[in-house]
Write a protein that binds this ligand. Structure first.
Ligand code: URA
Length: 237
């Protein structure tokens, strides 16, 4: 396995810039194999047991960030006219070639995974894998147990799209719901609920497979995945 400089390994996690990583080492806050690192140019493999302030840090080659997507940004890497979710990241992360694993509409908020791990994105999004995606939706009108039943059977939309069976939990006396899809067609939640006479007025993604939105993140905020979150996601690969 090739070795890399310690500051580069730390920066590869997406949690620190190269300069911040260098400062951590110089402040004596980084240890490798329980020995305090002395210089930022010491070289290690990305599997080395590296800790910062005593907490283990995973320095594998890919970056995985959880973003609470706000309204008004595109789930894209760049756009001529509209800001994208990547505009929320600092320069050192924008340069890494991260992309959103799956799209949310411009007006949808909630969980978005940003990564440079193409294999993971493929495993999460592949139509064959049926990874659960859970959304909170507020609707105009009222959803009822009949809607639950219809979604559980598998809706056929007016344009002929046959949806897989979906879960619907009624909230706020049917004016809101938690809906669980096992696929991700264009505008799918909006089209399904519209077809039931309950157009969506607000939509937020709560989870994707094992990854749940950290409610401590305000819209527009992001953080690196914890080791546990990452391990759970990578098990899908
Ligand atoms: N379904 C939608 O209609 N919109 C989204 O952004 C996500 C799922």
């Amino acid at each position: 396995m090739p070795q890399q400089r310690l500051d580069k390994l730390l920066a590869s996690t997406g949690r620190w810039s190269r300069k911040e990583a260098r400062d951590l080492v110089r402040q004596g806050r980084v240890s490798v194999q329980n020995r305090t690192a002395l210089r930022e140019d010491e070289k290690y493999e990305d599997s080395a047991p590296i800790s910062v302030d005593g907490a283990p840090v995973d320095c594998s080659p890919f970056v995985y960030l959880m973003l609470h997507k706000p309204q008004g940004l595109l789930s894209a890497t760049r756009d001529k006219n509209t800001p994208t979710v990547l505009d929320l990241l600092p320069e050192h992360l924008r340069r890494r070639g991260l992309f959103p694993a799956g799209r949310l509409d411009k007006d949808t908020t909630g969980l978005l995974l940003l990564t440079d791990d193409g294999d993971l994105a493929h495993a999460l999004l592949s139509p064959k894998r049926h990874v659960d995606k859970v959304y909170f939706a507020r609707v105009d009108g009222r959803l009822t147990p009949a809607d639950q039943e219809a979604l559980a059977q598998g809706l056929v939309l007016p344009d002929g799209l046959a949806c897989l069976p979906a879960g619907l939990e009624l909230l706020e006396e049917g004016r809101a719901c938690r809906i669980t899809l096992r696929e991700g067609k264009y505008h799918q939640v909006k089209r399904m609920l519209e077809a039931r006479g309950a157009p969506v007025t607000a939509l937020k993604r709560l989870s994707m497979g094992p990854l749940a939105l950290d409610e401590a993140l305000e819209p527009g905020q992001w953080r690196a995945l914890s080791l546990e979150e990452k391990t759970a996601l990578l098990a899908l690969k």
